[in-house]
Design a protein around this ligand. Structure first.
Ligand SMILES: [Ca+2]
Ligand SMILES: [Ca+2]
Length: 286
């Protein structure tokens, strides 16, 4: 796992500052996840609910900043934030700096296609902004992502990709100006390799994606990896057409995960097509 697949530590104080939305949650971690998903949330308060052993999660749209007077101690309350360091930081790619509770004391709100502490990394899950932070081994994916419905251009079945860009292990059309319909120069099936996504965080019960190509799950598959374990697998339909498949990931809520595409087959439907990973996942503000 890359190092950013671990959660950062936070400082804890009680806080009586500005607040807005409230949620009932089973534990502090759930509140953090909700805050990650809410663009205007820069800190949280967590306090015990009066009944049921749950907690009240309050999302704050402002931190206590450097004003210590805004912070108060109260038994059983937790405040997670940090001082405002935006003035000494900068966000790339037109990201917006917000005071927040990451270990760096701020976070950059990134425009589409960018992520990371400084908006200088990409977490592309539909490939419309390129291959992003996906990591590669072998030769099966060296021309990815591919543009347009390349199988249809060869008079094969349609890929049915989302948008213009997708991962087609047999395809070679890495730019719009390349001729349509060309195969990987080593042919469609012989190349092998893996393609692994950036880390993302599971925040709900469903992940889905488009998958096509080979249908021998022992050799051609998409894997969900949580805590260094392969916990879900799926394969294609022995058609170039991609169909939407989904995984129930309720048991992994709050954890970091990756998807890895595996091509270990050198013949006969030995390639994988993949696109549009989506659902209850977010790219982390690491
Ligand atoms: Ca796409
Ligand atoms: Ca192959």
């Amino acid at each position: 796992m890359p190092p950013h697949c671990v959660e950062s530590t936070s400082t804890r104080q009680t806080h009586a500052g500005k607040r807005n939305q409230k949620y009932g949650v089973p534990h502090e971690g759930s509140c953090k996840v909700i805050c990650y998903m809410e663009p205007n949330c820069v800190s949280i308060n967590v306090r015990p609910a009066t009944q049921g052993g749950n907690f009240i999660c309050e999302l704050n749209n402002a931190t206590g900043g450097n004003k210590r007077s805004a912070l108060q101690s109260k038994e059983g309350h937790i405040y997670v934030a940090s001082e405002n360091l935006c003035s000494s930081s900068s966000c790339y790619n037109n990201g917006t700096c917000q005071a927040g509770y990451t270990d760096k004391g701020f976070r950059c709100k990134c425009p589409s296609g960018f992520t990371g502490a400084y908006c200088n990394k990409t977490c592309s899950l539909d490939f419309e902004d390129g291959i992003g932070g996906w990591g590669m081994t072998g030769t099966a994916f060296i021309y990815q992502p591919t543009f347009g419905d390349n199988p249809a251009a060869r008079n094969r079945e349609s890929a049915q990709q989302q948008g213009d860009w997708w991962v087609g292990g047999a395809e070679k059309r890495p730019s719009e100006s390349d001729p349509a319909g060309r195969h990987h120069p080593a042919d469609a099936d012989p190349p092998q390799g893996t393609l692994i996504s950036p880390c993302f965080r599971i925040v709900g019960k469903n992940i889905s994606f488009l998958i096509g190509g080979g249908c021998t799950i022992s050799d051609i598959r998409a894997e969900l990896i949580v805590d260094n374990q392969v916990v879900r697998i799926e394969t294609g339909n022995c058609k170039e057409t991609m169909y939407r498949k989904s995984w129930d990931v309720k048991e992994f809520i709050g954890q970091y995960a990756q998807v890895r595409l595996v091509d270990e087959r050198n013949c006969c439907w030995g390639h994988i097509n993949f696109d549009d990973l989506r659902g209850d996942i977010i790219c982390p503000h690491y």
